[in-house]
Design a protein around this ligand. Structure first.
Ligand code: ADP
Length: 466
């Protein structure tokens, strides 16, 4: 059963159900018709006997009466009993017999020799292995006292009709059941055909390893929605595979340069004996490139971790004002390029989130302001809160960013001024802003940038309050 297709299973269940329904209908029909048959027999018995009772009359002399052909006359007492021609001798299976006070049969038939009783109610008796109903009816009227009409009817008197119905049902019901099974089978095939289509499309997508293909969705019913769900899953898979592929290519591209530099440096240095100063110089190059690789790998890991998170794992209230002030103090003492830091940080601004991620974000914006600031320049830090939002900004008066570059700076590994960042003292990885943007997003905010080439940039971390 486990290995059967849904279509076969459906058809089997459906067939069992139809056969069961047919069998139950047939049994019910038999039971009901049997009971109807019995009730009908009793009713026929009662009705025929009552009718016949009206058709018997005592007359002194038939000559005094208007005679009709078919009327019967039986000598009784000093006169006659007139049995009207409307008297039903054998009707609807009912036999009627007329008995006198002594129990002698005067007229009619009693084929089962039923006893004459006080009467009034229908009795049941068995004769020759069959069941019969009998009814004794005491006549009343002038000179009729003591006469009894006895009616008998076979319980199954009108069975021929029932037998016909049963025989007909025995043919019709199985034919109908068969027809229902065939129709059910066709319906199962028809309604399951979209599933076959979905399966073959999904198989061709997985066989061909082509996640850009999609399943035809067709109608907007349950199966259409299933195909839609599959397509969405393929789209997500395609996107994540593409991301994975892009990331691997980016990372190998980023690591290729420092590895190549280290190898070249080693080869060159090992070519011949060098002085201590030359070895030191070579080791410095190797050291710088190794650090760059270490930074790239660390930041890449951090970025991947953040990008995979949908929400912050353990958010807690963070004193953003205190954190920003502490970082500003630490940065002031770095005294890079003789840049001075000024700040206007409002107190008591609390944000629900991760203090580590927020510190990383702020540090990144300030490091960039140093890195791309100008000598003897300024960095201006500000934190403000109004009823709609919290705005943390880092402003510098450095090299600025062109409009064209602005669109790319949040892309990972993007570095607008590569020559300066990779060779300079503060070489970056091109991942800082991507990490900062991912952290901002996890805190329900985003990073905005305003900049003018040659005049400086302002990076703002904005969190809307709801
Ligand atoms: P990087 O490690 O190169 O700093 P980021 O992701 O932090 O990587 O920044 C990406 C690029 O955006 C930088 O290479 C630089 O060109 C530009 N950028 C970032 N901050 C500033 C800034 N304050 N002024 C000018 N350019 C900036």
């Amino acid at each position: 059963m486990k290995n059967l297709t849904v279509r076969v299973k459906l058809t089997l269940w459906f067939s069992v159900l139809i056969i069961l329904i047919t069998a139950i209908s047939f049994t019910l029909m038999l039971v009901i018709s049997n009971s109807v048959l019995k009730t009908n027999a009793k009713e026929a018995l009662q009705s025929v006997i009552e009718t016949n009772a009206q058709e018997i009359e005592y007359i002194a002399d038939p000559a005094d009466e208007e005679q009709e052909t078919g009327d019967q006359y039986i000598v009784y007492k000093d006169g006659y009993l007139e049995i009207d021609d409307d008297f039903l001798n054998e009707s609807y299976g009912v036999y009627t017999a007329l008995y006198d006070r002594d129990g002698s049969l005067l007229y009619g038939q009693n084929p089962i020799n039923a006893p004459v009783t006080a009467g009034g109610s229908i009795l049941k008796m068995t004769y020759g292995g069959e069941k019969y109903y009998t009814l004794c009816y005491a006549l009343s009227g002038e000179n009729l006292d003591g006469l009894t009409l006895l009616g008998t009817i076979n319980e199954n008197a009108n069975k021929t009709v029932l037998t016909r119905i049963v025989n007909l049902s025995l043919i019709v019901l199985p034919v109908l059941a068969l027809l229902a099974i065939v129709v059910g089978c066709l319906l199962a095939w028809y309604f399951l055909s979209p599933i076959r289509k979905i399966t073959s499309s999904a198989e061709s997508i997985s066989d061909g390893n082509d996640l850009s293909k999609r399943i035809e969705t067709g109608k907007n019913d349950e199966l259409g929605r299933l195909a839609d769900a599959f397509n969405k899953m393929f789209a997500r898979l395609e996107k994540s595979f593409e991301k994975e592929r892009q990331f691997t290519s980016d990372i190998s591209h980023e690591l290729r340069t420092p590895v190549a530099t280290i190898l070249a440096q080693c080869e060159l240095t090992l070519e011949k004996e060098r002085t201590a100063a030359e070895y030191k110089k070579a080791l410095n190059v190797i050291d710088r490139q190794s650090r760059r690789m270490k930074n790239t790998v660390e930041q890449m890991l951090q970025y991947t971790r953040l990008e995979r998170l949908e929400t912050l794992p353990d958010p807690a209230p963070v004193d953003l004002s205190g954190l920003f002030k502490d970082i500003a103090e630490e940065q002031k003492i770095r005294n890079i390029n003789a840049i001075t830091i000024e700040s206007d940080i409002d107190d008591g601004i609390i944000l629900n989130g991760s203090s580590d991620l927020l510190a990383g974000l702020i540090n990144n914006l300030i490091s960039n302001a140093f890195r791309y600031g100008r000598e003897n320049g300024h960095i201006f830090l500000s934190l403000k809160e109004n009823e709609n939002e919290i705005v943390l900004s880092v402003k510098d008066d450095g090299i600025g960013i062109s409009d064209e570059e602005k669109q790319n700076i949040f892309n990972r590994f993007y570095q607008a001024d590569k020559a300066r960042t990779s060779n300079g003292k503060y070489s970056g990885t091109g991942l800082g802003l991507s990490i900062a943007a991912a952290a901002a997003k996890l805190h329900g905010g985003h990073i905005d940038v305003e900049s003018e080439v040659g005049r400086g940039s302002t990076f703002s971390f904005i969190i809307a309050k709801n």
